[in-house]
Design a protein around this ligand. Structure first.
Ligand SMILES: *[C@@H]1O[C@H](CO)[C@@H](O)[C@H](O)[C@H]1NC(C)=O
Ligand SMILES: *[C@@H]1O[C@H](CO)[C@@H](O)[C@H](O)[C@H]1NC(C)=O
Ligand SMILES: *[C@@H]1O[C@H](CO)[C@@H](O)[C@H](O)[C@H]1NC(C)=O
Ligand SMILES: *[C@@H]1O[C@H](CO)[C@@H](O)[C@H](O)[C@H]1NC(C)=O
Length: 436
């Protein structure tokens, strides 16, 4: 008992002294940062092998430290943040969404700018796979620690923690099994493209050139050279769990949350994931939806998570100030150029002709700018096509369990079968998301 008190008092006194002595604090915080920093990101010339030598046990230790000394560490970091801008103008963009919400399309807005952007597509896929329990759910305790920590390391171009989740385990930092490597132009660049190896089959091989298994040391080196970094995710449920990223002084993070009408998401999933959504399909075809079914409460949980993340973002707590943007898929689909430009402006990165050209050739945007009413109407119709693919009773269930989510994001409720399929009524309200 006495020892405990003594330790607390000593710790408290130490903090007081540290607070008073600015010199000490800067030295302490620099040491702390250095110890945690395998490589200062401002020196991209240093070989990334130094970075990779810190393996999982180091990372795990770092995580435990995080927990036990969180308040003191946060103070030091806060101080560090004010004294040293370590990101050096580099921006780190996290695109957050759920499946079937158009996140791959939005990701392309950043993937297309490959000359100064390092882009990763769903790196958490490997982690989710390993943390999936027998019940089918994900071990949330483990995920809540691993997800933010892994993202922090990836934004710093360190792949060592990710390596521990790739199966089979990479050999000498080389793997043929990185999920959707081909969706990241950064991982298919010439500098990251090793010669092919006879007899080794790559599941997600590059489309633009023939590459052998991915050498993560090369990927890390390429990442360090890029001006900005972006990661796209559909696997994080709560923005709150990513606070660590906003507080990491070496990152200048921007969260962009993409949302879509939950009724449209469900309609799309029923087609795309037919096996997983077979109950919904059955309910759509016959009988009533059992409102207390586990599938329905899952839907409700998803809606709530997304709404709560958005509410947090729009409330702008100090750690999220100027770091959060909410975007609706329906707006991106209808006004891709305008929305992409807004996202770049929010991120603080110049919008390049390269990205603009991609959007123009992959969407109807060329007509968007000329303001032809019929074209705009046509793309709206495309976005709302789901209304003809899902019965009214399913829509009613979604409205019932996701009502506050619909309201927050500006999606109009339908009150009848006729209204659902009435093309003259759009269910997308014009909405500007003001911070609350
Ligand atoms: C981490 O590296 C140390 C020494 O470099 C080694 O002893 C240890 O087994 C490694 N741990 C893992 C999990 O790879
Ligand atoms: C960080 O410093 C700012 C400015 O002094 C202060 O307002 C804020 O409360 C501090 N945050 C934490 C977590 O200590
Ligand atoms: C979830 O992960 C934690 C931390 O790694 C572990 O202690 C716990 O046993 C796991 N829970 C289950 C049900 O596997
Ligand atoms: C991966 O790239 C690094 C850096 O160029 C190189 O040293 C290493 O030998 C490569 N690994 C393999 C297995 O080719």
């Amino acid at each position: 008992m006495r020892i405990k008190y003594t330790i607390s008092i000593v710790f408290f006194v130490a903090l007081v002294i540290i607070e008073k002595e600015n010199n000490i604090i800067s030295r302490v915080s620099d040491k702390l940062t250095l110890r945690q920093t395998p490589l200062p990101p401002l020196e991209p010339m240093v070989s990334s092998r130094g970075l990779l030598k810190h393996n999982g046990s180091y990372a795990v230790l770092g995580g435990q430290l995080d927990l036990s000394f969180a308040p003191a560490k946060r103070r030091l970091e806060n101080h560090t943040q004010r004294r040293l801008v370590r990101s050096g103008g580099r921006k780190h963009i996290l695109l957050l969404s759920t499946t079937r919400s158009g996140s791959s399309f939005m990701g392309e807005f950043f993937n297309q700018q490959s000359d100064n952007m390092f882009y990763l597509f769903e790196p958490l896929w490997h982690v989710e796979k390993m943390l999936t329990l027998e019940t089918g759910g994900v071990n949330a305790t483990a995920a809540n620690w691993v997800y933010p920590e892994l993202l922090r390391q990836l934004f710093l171009c360190d792949f060592s923690l990710l390596e521990r989740f790739i199966e089979p385990a990479p050999v000498a930092h080389v793997t043929a099994d990185l999920f959707r490597r081909s969706s990241s132009s950064s991982l298919c660049e010439k500098s990251v493209c090793s010669p092919t190896v006879k007899g080794v089959f790559e599941h997600h091989s590059c489309k633009n050139r023939r590459c052998g298994p991915l050498n993560l040391t090369l990927a890390s080196e390429s990442c360090l050279q890029k001006e900005h970094r972006a990661i796209k995710l559909v696997r994080v449920r709560q923005l709150q769990t990513l606070r660590l990223l906003a507080e990491e002084p070496r990152l200048d993070i921007r969260f962009i949350q993409l949302v879509r009408d939950p009724r449209a998401v469900l309609a799309s999933r029923m087609v795309a994931f037919a096996a997983k959504y077979k109950n919904w399909k059955r309910w759509a075809e016959e009988g009533d939806v059992p409102i207390d079914d586990v599938e329905v409460s899952k839907l409700k949980g998803n809606c709530n998570n997304f709404r709560m993340s958005a509410e947090l973002g729009l409330k702008q707590p100090a750690w999220l100030r100027r770091r959060y943007m909410l975007v609706r898929y329906e707006d991106i689909a209808r006004f891709p150029l305008q929305k992409a430009a807004e996202m770049y402006s929010f991120a603080g990165i110049p919008f390049t002709p390269q990205v603009k050209a991609w959007i123009l050739s992959n969407t109807q945007a060329s007509k968007e700018t000329s303001g032809i009413y019929s074209t705009q109407k046509k793309s709206s119709e495309q976005v709302e096509k789901w209304r003809f693919n899902v019965p009214f009773k399913i829509v009613q269930v979604v409205q019932k369990v996701c009502g506050s989510t619909l309201k927050l994001f500006g999606y109009k409720f339908v009150s009848s079968e006729e209204m659902l399929t009435d093309k003259s009524i759009s269910l997308i309200e014009d909405k500007v998301f003001n911070f609350m």
